[in-house]
Design a binder for this molecule. Structure first.
Ligand code: BGC
Length: 738
């Protein structure tokens, strides 16, 4: 460090190329690359435009699929494989995971994100980071923060209130940072309440470093830095991509003029150096398995089986009876769509089609049903498909969103499948009542108006390169489905919580729904959805018994009551008392995936921390547990609660009273409460309770300004002194408890 000139230091905090950090004497360059569901290493250094031109790598299921596994152990194994493939290619940092919340189903990048729920996103993101980093490769947790849409992503300001940020949009990042210390965190493009993420000191320093204890390096999203010096001051260590001579010159000039403290630049350089040391230590420790290994394809297949969700299975149509003639309809069965478009798109080592995989199990008749080329007329294809459906015992109908519908860089404007496919479903279902619809889509699609016309539906998301074989495994019952929805499937776009505020007016997007995102909204306002968050069927059934809950944890027994082995995802929700701050009807606070043989039972334990019962108190700038009765609930989904128990939590420790405290704070206080109540009962008009309630929300100081009341000013001073005396307060609390 000491040997470096100012110019060298300024050059180190900007990348050397599109995909590498700068080097200097003793500080080697590090190769970074996308992420998150495969290693997209571009040949010859690459650039922004050569997205498709990357070396072959295993394409695992994108996050939308992987999240539906609700299985951190599986995600961690995928992370290990990704870490190994990165190492084999000399990649020091893999750019992922993306833990942004799915605020609206329209976000074009939802396929790259895990969930509408912060706990699920955080646990799965943490597992991904654990896996990758266990191989000596760094992760880049992205996109920090409130990057929940693609429309105007580089300029839009997400207007989000503090409680909503703390409870919904930051916790997944917090979980990954505090638990796993990712080597890097990537700041997002957008502004947050007016301040660009790249220049947001509150976000990058106060919260990330000072509160959460982040020790790694903050990197910009590619092209997110507008003003290098303010960004550096805010806590952004490394600008990517590089080189950017204007940034380097600005940093040099700012240090020279005294505008930028050299210590700030030194700290960023030290983090670049530390990253390089870690990456190079990692790269010298042993020979990792490379892409193309059979093991990684098998893992991609296993992950894909867990990523699909059996939404509906009337009459037990699945698993398929091979004695029946099988008709396979839909171009996606032959030409699978395995991932979304944009920077995450990898070149797969191979791709299994469902048509091949199904044909290897049972003879099938195939019709494409539609073309992926929008110029081809649909009618003849639909007619051909209907005749195949008529001749078949069971129809496997593959439909989904065309690739151009979902991509990084833009959002969707509706939730519908293409018209021709909706017509195809109607006609095939009319021709054959034993029709299974298999959906291919990265973001949620509408299942209307055709949902009721088919007995079975599999939501297969985007499954990565082995999705075709995995689908055959599940459809034929070689593997039982075990996915659960990581996001709600609404009935109508108009029902979604962000409908009125997405994607904003161009410059700003107001997060008007606040904390009521996804199921938190649907459950609170009692709005029906097609399928709730957490829903998913399998080929067996489970029963829940003997729930025991305390503020420290809960246990429940789960029994496989069906005749086949299967995996269940036990979901624990907490429902907070509704008489204080507004709260969602329930929130996911724990989950556990377990496998059970027929008749087998397992006792599942959840630990609960205070945080599970807390909300973010804006005035105290802290997590606070409101006292009262909480319900601990076990659910098959966010809507289907199968067991619940009440636990009682003590009210928070009383804060200090001041003249700015509300009258209600004085009334609720163990010292002043009884005194005021007694005093009020002396005011003899018979309506004292109302009188107190009327002024309850007034700060005491303001009440004092009312004629007559001000005379008591001195006595209030005495009350406050008494109330804040720890001994008096302790005695009063004891008396109250007795
Ligand atoms: C994306 C990031 C990605 C980066 C590098 C950006 O456009 O938002 O997710 O890691 O490019 O490709």
């Amino acid at each position: 460090m000491q040997a470096l000139t100012l110019e060298q230091k300024a050059a180190l905090v900007v990348g050397a190329s599109f995909w590498s950090t700068a080097s200097a004497e003793g500080i080697p360059s590090v190769v970074v690359t996308d992420g998150p569901h495969g290693v997209r290493l571009q040949r010859g250094g690459g650039d922004a435009l050569g997205i498709g031109d990357s070396v072959p790598a295993t394409c695992f299921p994108p996050a939308a699929g992987l999240a539906s596994s609700w299985n951190p152990a599986l995600v961690e194994r995928v992370g290990v494989a990704l870490g190994d493939e990165s190492r084999a290619e000399g990649v020091g940092v893999l750019l992922g995971p993306g833990v942004n919340i799915k605020r609206s189903p329209l976000c074009g990048r939802n396929f790259e994100y895990f969930s509408e729920d912060p706990l699920l996103s955080g646990e799965l993101g943490a597992a991904w980071v654990r896996g990758v980093q266990s191989r000596g490769v760094g992760a880049s947790l992205k996109h920090f923060a409130a990057n929940n849409q693609e429309t105007n992503r580089m300029t839009v300001s997400a207007e989000v209130d503090e409680r909503t940020l703390r409870e919904i949009y930051l916790p997944a990042f917090e979980r990954v940072v505090t638990g796993e210390q990712p080597w890097t965190v990537m700041c997002s493009y957008n502004r947050i309440n007016g301040v660009a993420a790249a220049e947001n000191r509150w976000l990058l320093t106060d919260v990330l470093r000072d509160e959460w204890g982040f020790r790694g390096l903050v990197v910009s999203d590619w092209g997110a830095v507008e003003h290098r010096v303010p960004a550096l001051k805010a806590g952004l260590d490394l600008e990517m991509p590089g080189p950017q001579s204007d940034s380097t010159a600005a940093v040099v000039a700012a240090v020279r003029s005294g505008e930028l403290d050299l210590a700030v630049l030194d700290a960023a350089v030290r983090r670049v150096q530390h990253l390089a040391e870690r990456a190079w230590t990692g790269s010298s420790t042993g020979g990792p398995a490379s892409a193309g290994s059979a093991g990684h394809h098998a893992l991609a297949r296993e992950a894909a089986t867990e990523s699909m969700v059996l939404l509906r299975n009337e009459g037990g149509l699945l698993p398929i009876d091979t004695a029946q003639a099988i008709g396979v309809i839909g171009e996606f069965a032959r030409t699978p769509r395995i991932q979304g478009a944009g920077s995450s798109q990898v070149t797969a080592t191979r791709v299994d089609s469902a048509l091949d995989a199904i044909s290897s199990i049972s003879p099938v008749e195939f019709a494409p049903g539609y073309s992926l080329d929008p110029r081809v007329a649909p009618e003849p294809l639909i007619a051909e498909a209907v005749s195949v459906a008529r001749r078949s015992g069971t129809v496997l109908l593959f439909v989904g969103l065309p690739a151009r519908d979902e991509s990084e860089g833009y959002d969707r404007t509706h939730l519908d499948l293409p018209d021709a496919q909706v017509r195809l479903i109607a006609e095939v279902a009319a021709a054959n009542p034993r029709t299974v619809v298999i959906l291919t889509n990265g973001g949620v699609v509408s299942l209307e108006p055709w949902h009721d016309s088919v007995p079975a539906i599999v939501e297969s998301w985007l499954l990565g390169q082995a999705g075709g074989s995995a689908l055959a495994d599940v459809l034929f019952g070689r593997v039982a489905p075990s996915g659960r929805l990581a996001e709600s499937i609404p009935l109508r776009l108009q029902d979604t919580p962000a409908f009125l505020n997405f994607p904003g007016d161009g410059d700003t997007v107001r997060y008007g729904e606040g904390i009521f995102v996804g199921y938190r909204y649907y459950e609170t306002v009692d709005r029906p959805v097609r399928y709730p968050f957490g829903h998913g069927l399998t080929y067996t059934t489970f029963a829940y018994s003997d729930l025991v809950a305390t503020p420290k944890g809960a246990s429940v027994t789960v029994t496989n009551t069906g005749s086949r082995a299967g995996a269940d995802v036990v979901q624990l929700y907490i429902s907070a008392p509704t008489d204080g701050v507004p709260v969602p009807r329930r929130e996911l606070r724990g989950f556990e995936k377990i496998s059970l043989e027929p008749s087998e039972a397992i006792r599942v334990h959840f630990e609960l921390e205070n945080r599970a019962f807390s909300h973010w108190d804006v005035s105290r700038k802290a997590w606070v547990v409101a006292g009262g009765r909480y319900s601990v609930e076990i659910g098959r989904s966010a809507h289907d609660i199968v067991a619940s128990q009440t636990v009682e939590l003590a009210p928070p420790r009383v804060g200090r009273l001041t003249l700015d405290s509300r009258v209600s704070d004085f009334l609720g206080h163990p010292v002043t409460g009884p005194i005021l109540a007694r005093a009020a009962s002396g005011v003899d008009d018979g309506d004292n309770a109302n009188l107190l309630e009327m002024v309850a929300s007034m700060p005491m100081r303001r009440l004092m300004r009312f004629p007559g009341v001000g005379d008591s000013f001195k006595r209030v001073g005495v009350l406050i002194a008494l109330a804040n005396n720890p001994v008096v307060r302790g005695v009063a609390s004891l008396l109250r408890r007795r």
